[in-house]
Design a protein around this ligand. Sequence first.
Ligand code: SAH
Ligand code: SF4
Length: 343
Amino acid sequence: MDIKKLSQYLEDNKLPKFRLKQILKAVYQDSVSSFLEISTLAKDLREKIDKEFNILSFKPNEIQSDKKDGSQKVLLELKDGHAIETVLMPGSIDKHWTACISSQVGCPMGCSFCATGKIGFKRNLNYEEIIDQVLFWKQYLKKNKAEDTLSNIVFMGMGEPFMNWDEVSLAIKKLLDESLFNFSARHISVSTSGVADKIKKFAREFPQLNLAVSLVFPNDEERSKNMPVNKKYDLRELAQAINYYLQTTNRKIFFEYILFDGLNDREEDVTQIARFIANIEKKHLIHINLIRYNSTDTSFRPSSRERAEDFHKNLAKLKIASTIRKSVGGDINAACGQLAAKK
Ligand code: SAH
Ligand code: SF4
């Protein structure tokens, strides 16, 4: 919803300031799907606003559900004809959900293994398009699972959030705003492929949020080959930025490590991870999320379950904490790295 425009409209129509407050509360906290539902407003005002404004800045297509794990995905058609996807995933607590949201149409980073990377970069999303994905899932839960709540937000959909800093940081501010979404900072996570200067900025501006870094390859050679971001910010610079982050925030940091069969899932890769981590001062704050590769249109293959278990155990031997993450949404191409927004 365009809050500025709405505020101007109310002013032009000589309506008192508290009307805006009522509307914001109804839209962002009570998750109404239509202005017509806002019972605190007179009927004719509801109708006028409904004619002039849309709550959502895009047109949602039909929701796809993964019958096995309960995750859902939707394709959203933006005003200029582009499309993005967003995913709703069951949280770790019953009746609590996590929304995985996109920050760009496509992605400029070009990681070789990622379906979003494959479609290239179309444009940045504006903050409204980012937060409306959250609104969409809140409205959906209200209509379909009235007892459930949307409790967590992860910036792990399409795009590199730190390449769209201005709009992403505005969106985060709206998510935290007590008069709007009122999420707690600890329930929001941002994932980056390793844009080191923005990791530092994030530490300064949002020290209470969670940060995930897609490490994926433990040495510069393989990382640069598959993640072009490494040519700009290599592992040494990444480690420096992470040291700065840990010093500033004293929070846990998460590394995403996709396991590819025979490529980065061997014992020597565990040794190289340890070597990388040796450059980080507060090692106890590091946690590695191991994700077996979700197949997309590439020649990469996922490591076997056994291999993933061994990898996890070998990390533990070196006192490196890790968890093997279960992927959700595989049946509807909604898992990590599978979002391509094909209409
Ligand atoms: N661009 C940011 C945010 C997107 S998060 C980033 O890359 O961190 C998407 C996550 O899914 C990243 O950790 C990425 O490494 C991972 N990923 C990409 N393709 C994948 C795939 N096919 N299988 C599993 N994980 C994948
Ligand atoms: Fe972009 Fe992240 Fe995919 Fe890399 S993994 S192409 S940074 S979305």
